[in-house]
Each structure stands twice: as C-alpha cells, then as structure tokens.
Write a protein that binds this ligand. Structure first.
Ligand code: CO8
Length: 259
C-alpha cells in the first residue's frame, strides 16, 4: 500500500524548520504512516549545518487528538509490539536542536505525548490537553505516565491519566505542562519568534543546555551537577564563548560561528 507523503508538511526556513501535522479530517490523529513520516523527517535533521530549532505544530483546531483509534481498534498485543513505535518516538526525542511545540486546539493522548517530546510548549488559550487513553481501555504508551509525572508531579499526573479528564491551557500552564499561554492567533508567531531567538544564540551552548536538562532529570543530583559542570567547562573552549564575552565587553553585537 502506498502512503500519502504529505501527512507532515515541512517548511525549511534555514535556521528554523517548521513541521506541520496534516490530517485535519481526523484532528491530526497520529496513524502509523504519519508517525513514520515524522520519524523519518526527524532522523534527517542534523545539527551540523544551518538548522537551529524546530517548530512542531498542527492546525488551528488540533495539534493532535491522539493516536489514531481506527488504526488501533483491531490490533492485538503482538501487532502492537511488532510496530516498535518506540523507535519512531526515539527519532523525535533525539532531535539535537530545540523543538518548540506550537499547540492550538487538542493535544490529547499520543498528541499530548508528542507535545511533551518538545523542549518548549506554547499553547493557545483554547488549547486542550489530556491523556484520555484509559477511556478507550488502554493507557499512555509514549511517555504520558513518565514525562508527564516528571513535568507536573505524581498527583497531577495521576489525576489526568486515571480520569482521562481534559484540561484547558491555563490549568496546564499552572501545573507546569506548558511553557507559555498566548492568544490563539499568536501561537505560531510566538513559537517562531522563540525559535528565531534561539537560532541567534551560540548553537553549541544551546545544544548543551538541552542535553544537560534532558539527561540531568533522569540522573542523581550529584551526577547531574557534574554533567552540568563538564558541559560548562567544554563551552569555555568554544570560539562563540570568546566572541560572546568579547562582544559584551566591547558593547557590540556578537557574531557567532557555531564553533
Ligand atoms: N483517532 C481517530 N480519529 C479521531 C481521533 C483519534 N484519536 N480523534 C478525532 N478523530 C476523528 C473523529 O472520529 C472524527 O472523524 P469523523 O468526522 O469521520 O467522524 C473527526 O476526527 C472529528 O472528531 P469529532 O467529530 O469527534 O470532533 P469533536 O470536536 O466533537 O471532538 C475530540 C473532539 C474531543 C478530540 C474527540 O474527537 C475525541 O475524543 N477524540 C479522541 C481523543 C482520544 O481518545 N485520544 C487518545 C487516543 S489513544 C492514544 O493516543 C494512545 C497513545 C498510545 C501510545 C502512543 C501512540 C501514538
């Protein structure tokens, strides 16, 4: 069976790549072809060239309303195992540059898990978040019990995962699930603004911040602090560190090379 190749629209703006989920007829539900396309695109993103940040978004009605239920309704455990969807998610998780999720509308189930793979989540006021898997007899399987608990703590995560309740953007923000809430029509522009600001910063320093925060949260505090210290020490040998500090001292704009 051939797969539609436009389930994720890619706009390469040089320093920033925009990835737009494109199954509006089902609120961007994540079927296997879409997830395969997304993984292939993420695997192709490298940090050696001009790329500095990714903006991941859906449309004005939905970021993604979860895994595609029609795609899962008839499969059993072995089918599910053989899909090895963890490999597809890993491609997103391993993205070397910051990923900003721009969320309008629904981010539910696998859609919320996808948003939680991002490093920054910008939500519109009308955005809705939830892990409703339990309502269809399953449970989160791409970080909904783990990334969510790390982000908001046990008791909020339990409430969302055990009830399947859908919450609004302000509540998501209050519990630490999103980075910022903005007007619905500002979500994409705001995310792009952040991506461009990050793109103007020294890329090795940006990459190290991302790596240390992500790896550090799964390590002991002492190991994570050592990781942080080592990363900082490495940055002292980058040309961009010398340029950044010289520019500050000389009261001029820095010119970073990514070295
Ligand atoms: N899967 C398939 N189709 C969907 C999905 C979905 N998750 N969500 C919406 N659709 C379809 C609807 O079936 C409908 O199609 P049609 O027009 O052909 O009937 C269309 O999108 C529009 O949806 P609604 O008419 O229902 O729109 P409403 O505005 O009335 O409701 C809701 C919007 C509340 C989002 C509602 O559609 C809904 O509850 N959707 C399901 C949400 C859900 O349960 N998500 C979790 C799915 S399970 C999951 O994500 C498991 C993750 C496991 C591991 C990670 C793998 C990715």
């Amino acid at each position: 069976m051939t797969e539609k190749n436009d389930l994720v629209l890619v706009e390469d703006l040089g320093a920033v790549v925009v990835l737009r989920l494109n199954r509006p007829e089902v609120l961007n539900a994540l079927n296997m072809p879409l997830r395969r396309q997304l993984a292939t695109i993420f695997e192709g993103l490298t940090d050696g060239g001009t790329l500095r940040a990714v903006v991941l978004t859906g449309d004005e009605k939905s970021f993604a309303a979860g895994a595609d239920i029609a795609d899962m309704a008839q499969i059993d455990s072995v089918d599910m195992y053989l899909r090895h969807t963890e490999r597809l998610w890993e491609a997103v998780a391993r993205c070397p540059v910051p990923v900003i999720a721009a969320v309008n509308g629904f981010a539910l189930g696998g859609g919320m898990e996808l948003a939680m793979h991002a490093d920054i989540i910008i939500a519109g006021k009308s955005a809705r978040f939830g892990q409703p898997e339990v309502k269809v007899g399953i449970m989160p399987g791409a970080g909904g019990t783990q990334r969510l608990t790390r982000a908001v703590g046990k008791f909020k995560a339990m409430r969302l995962c055990l009830t399947g309740e859908i919450i609004d953007a302000d509540e998501a923000s209050a519990m630490g699930l999103v980075s910022e809430v903005v007007e619905d029509d500002q979500v994409f522009d705001h995310a792009m603004g952040l991506a461009r600001r990050i793109a103007g910063l020294p890329p090795i320093a940006v990459n190290q911040v991302k790596e240390v925060i992500l790896h550090g949260q799964d390590a002991s505090l002492s190991a994570a602090l050592a990781l942080e210290r080592k990363a900082l020490q490495i940055l002292f040998s980058t040309q961009d560190k010398f340029e950044g500090m010289a520019a500050f001292t000389e009261k001029r704009r820095p010119s970073y090379t990514g070295r």
